[in-house]
Ligand binder design. Structure first.
Ligand code: 13P
Length: 249
């Protein structure tokens, strides 16, 4: 079965609830004929307003993080069950910003991913190397470590999405070339097949993320290993995001 492309916006800490609702209202008509899955991952407090605003459209709702415990004394955190009850279908886990600024580790990424899956959410798990690591020839070593820990215990890889986001390409305007992104995602897929054989890895979707935009989406999406994109800056304007979503038009 072919892997269906998935384009997801990661709004990060942008858009109030009313701004978010306006953005998706503008986006709705622009993506109504999209062939790919279209997702917006919004700040948790925007979820109710965005949910209402996307009603009746192709756009699906995602969150940007989830806690691993079912419930309890974790001030400020949000559980998978809370997201699920609100109609959230996807959740970004282990974004490099969370790893860098909020102490996220491979172990907590793994726990969050399993909690999301248990609740019936689709995790979009971010992995990728820093500039220093790439320049030091450590890309594969870093990816191997993330792959071996972040996905432990997962039984069916058709139920998750991986976003390969080289940290040096995030918010920098310095996109990986089509070939670089394809090659590294090909490496991730090969490694996943080896480490998680017989767990439906053939249906695993892997996105590229890092300065992907209206201009470079077509070239990246034409690469055989790339199944989609996780879009930061370019997801904050309806027209720009729609151009990425409509990469095949
Ligand atoms: P930019 O598209 O702004 O580089 O951000 C990428 C990203 O981090 C998506 O999660």
């Amino acid at each position: 079965m072919a892997r269906k492309p998935i384009i997801a916006g990661n709004w990060k800490m942008n858009n109030t609830a009313s701004e978010g609702a306006e953005l998706v209202k503008a986006l709705k008509p622009l993506v109504k004929d999209a062939k790919c899955e279209v997702v917006v991952c919004v700040p948790a407090i925007d979820i109710p307003a965005v949910k209402k605003a996307i009603h009746g459209s192709k756009i699906r709702l995602g969150a940007q993080n989830v806690h691993f415990a079912e419930k309890g004394a974790y001030t400020g955190e949000i559980s998978a069950k809370m997201l699920k009850e609100y109609g959230v279908q996807y959740v970004i886990i282990g974004h490099s910003e969370r790893r860098a600024y909020f102490g996220e580790t491979d172990e907590t990424v793994n726990k969050r991913t399993l909690a999301a899956l248990n609740a019936g959410l689709t995790p979009i798990v971010c992995i990728g190397e820093s500039l220093e690591e790439r320049e030091g020839g450590l890309t594969e070593k870093v990816l191997d470590r993330q792959i071996s820990i972040d996905f432990q215990g997962i039984e069916d890889f058709s139920k998750i999405v991986i976003a390969y986001e080289p940290i040096w390409a995030i918010g920098t305007g310095r996109t990986a070339t089509d070939e670089q992104a394809n090659e590294t995602i090909g490496y991730i897929r090969k490694r996943m097949k080896k480490v998680y054989a017989h767990k439906n890895v053939g249906r695993l979707r892997i996105q590229y993320g890092g300065s992907m935009n209206a201009k470079n989406a077509k070239g990246l999406m034409a690469q055989p290993e790339i199944d989609g994109g996780l879009i930061g800056g370019a997801s904050l304007k309806a027209e720009d995001f729609a151009k990425v979503v409509n990469f095949d038009k």
